[in-house]
Design a protein around this ligand. Structure first.
Ligand SMILES: Cc1cc2nc3c(=O)[nH]c(=O)nc-3n(C[C@H](O)[C@H](O)[C@H](O)COP(=O)(O)OP(=O)(O)OC[C@H]3O[C@@H](n4cnc5c(N)ncnc54)[C@H](O)[C@@H]3O)c2cc1C
Length: 463
């Protein structure tokens, strides 16, 4: 029997898709990568994932795990490979308020975890635009970040334990519920961010935090990015570190948003060279009763307007206004990916070098393609810039050159070419050029130890 028939016998025909039934898995969210997989299999338990991997291992069949398929680096591209979808492992096994933790399966959609945590009076703080379809397994495999990293850290920071199926089908139980566990090498952290190349995440223990009882959200306008960063530090000091999001949108992005959505959607104060969405959050009942966060913010913003640090500021007065502010920021993927050709990058730079990076990158781009347009949004609070370019023409060599230049400039200011989306296929060139050679050797040794036949997501992450 071939592998597809074997897996059908194991899981039942309904859970093994082939041909046109695989269409929605065979195209990534950017539309850049399309492929027909050998089959898409949908196991319903960790044991079934393990059995599928044993069959794949025995037949040396390449396997690509897939979650919500919202990744932006082509990391689920699977031509003629077996895709393992985790979508049926979608149970929230437990929410334990006393321990502030959730035990979830890999296929749980991020937003479903948000809702379940909220029902228990708690919060899972990782959030970003694709929360309605991305899955916890995909979040862990990419170590996803998002808008609240500044305060809560990325997905790695939320994870206490993991369950992982290895390339040979063995199940590693790392489902620790502990905040301290120094019993040997940290295998959990090795699997987080490994993009499906070292094992298949089937379940996780995740930390929860107290639910937010009040927000203060504002749009800030200034001409100067450094002024915005000065303000961030002032708000952090005044609020005791309550800033949850500090999201930067330059004028060109806002203009493109307005073109797409119409003027009516644009929140007030969003018409400047530098627009920032700032959000503070508090879990304290006292802050909620006294409107304390808004008071702190109003005071700092008042001073900043007076001193000229800021040109404009608008505080959300209700949830609808807050949502409109977030809509402006969270439309980034729709706005930026709407035009082709596109070069989209995902760099991180130290906060005090963001302006330098932008100046250098702008000069390099215009020297290579003077008609190119740069469109970006940024999780500025953690130094992460989604710096995208709309080149003047369809030309693969030009696109590769532009991508390489942006990644090079980021590294030249002590940044990274891969902040939160992972390496996948799109950043393999930069990985080869820019990653420390010894680090690459160690990664290859780890890969060889865990997946000697290279059947797990081959061709991704490691050049
Ligand atoms: C509108 C939009 C906004 C976004 N905003 C952000 C953002 O702010 N921050 C951010 O970090 N990302 C963002 N992303 C990118 C993406 O949503 C995240 O990377 C997300 O974590 C991917 O999850 P997924 O379930 O869709 O994974 P997939 O796309 O299905 O897979 C991504 C990678 O993880 C692997 N994988 C998936 N599931 C498993 C598993 N169970 N075990 C092992 N490997 C697995 C895949 O093989 C692949 O390598 C955004 C995407 C969109 C479309």
């Amino acid at each position: 029997m071939g592998i597809v028939s074997e897996v059908r016998a194991l899981l039942g025909a309904a859970h093994v898709l082939t041909g046109s039934d695989t269409a929605r898995y065979g195209i990534d969210t950017t539309g850049r990568y399309t492929a027909v997989p050998l089959a898409v299999v949908r196991p319903g338990s960790t044991a079934e994932v393990s059995e599928v991997m044993k069959l794949a291992h025995a037949s040396n069949t390449p396997v690509v795990p897939v979650g919500g398929n919202t990744g932006l680096t082509g990391a689920t591209h699977a031509p003629d490979m077996l895709m393992i979808s985790l979508e049926r492992l979608d149970r929230i096994r437990e929410i334990r308020p006393a321990s502030r933790l959730a035990i979830v399966e890999a296929g749980v959609v991020l937003e479903k975890l948000h809702e379940a945590a909220a029902e228990a009076g708690l919060r899972y703080p990782v959030t970003f635009g694709s929360r309605g379809s991305c899955q916890i397994g995909g979040n862990l495999a990419t170590n996803a970040g998002g808008s609240n990293v500044l305060r809560f850290g990325n997905t790695r920071a939320q994870c206490l334990g993991l369950e992982v199926v290895l390339a040979d089908g063995r199940i590693v139980d790392l489902m620790s519920e502990l905040h301290k566990d120094n019993s040997g090498y940290d295998l959990r952290d090795l699997f987080i961010g490994s993009e499906g190349t070292l094992g298949i995440v089937t379940a996780a223990v995740l930390k929860l935090v107290p639910a937010t009882r009040s927000h203060a959200t504002a749009i800030l306008g200034t001409d100067d990015l450094d002024a915005a960063l000065t303000l961030l530090n002032e708000v952090q000091e005044a609020s005791g570190g309550a800033v949850e999001a500090f999201e930067f949108m330059p004028r060109f992005y806002v203009d493109q948003y307005r073109e797409m959505r119409g003027d009516a959607q644009l929140p007030p104060a969003a018409d400047h060279e530098v627009t920032v969405l700032l959000e503070l959050g508090s879990a304290s009942a006292r802050d909620a009763e006294s409107n304390g966060l808004a008071e702190v913010l109003e005071e700092v913003l008042g001073r900043a307007l007076e001193s000229g640090l800021l040109r404009d500021a608008a505080l959300a007065q209700n949830e609808a206004q807050r949502r409109a502010m977030w809509h402006l920021r969270e439309s980034a993927a729709d706005v930026i990916l709407a035009r082709r050709p596109i070069v989209d990058t995902d760099v991180a730079v130290p906060l005090d070098r963001v302006s330098t990076f932008l100046d250098m990158a702008g000069l390099r781009v215009s020297s290579i393609d003077p008609q190119a347009e740069v469109i970006l949004v940024s999780h500025l609070g953690d130094g992460n810039l989604h710096y995208a370019i709309w080149p003047s023409r369809e030309d693969t060599a030009l696109q590769d050159e532009l991508r390489a230049v942006i990644d090079d400039v980021a590294v030249s200011v002590r940044g990274s070419f891969s902040a939160e989306h992972g390496v996948g296929l799109t950043k393999l060139g930069s990985m080869e050029r820019l990653k420390d050679e010894v680090a690459l050797d160690v990664m290859r040794a780890v890969k060889k130890a865990l997946d000697p036949e290279n059947i797990l997501n081959p061709g991704k992450l490691l050049p």
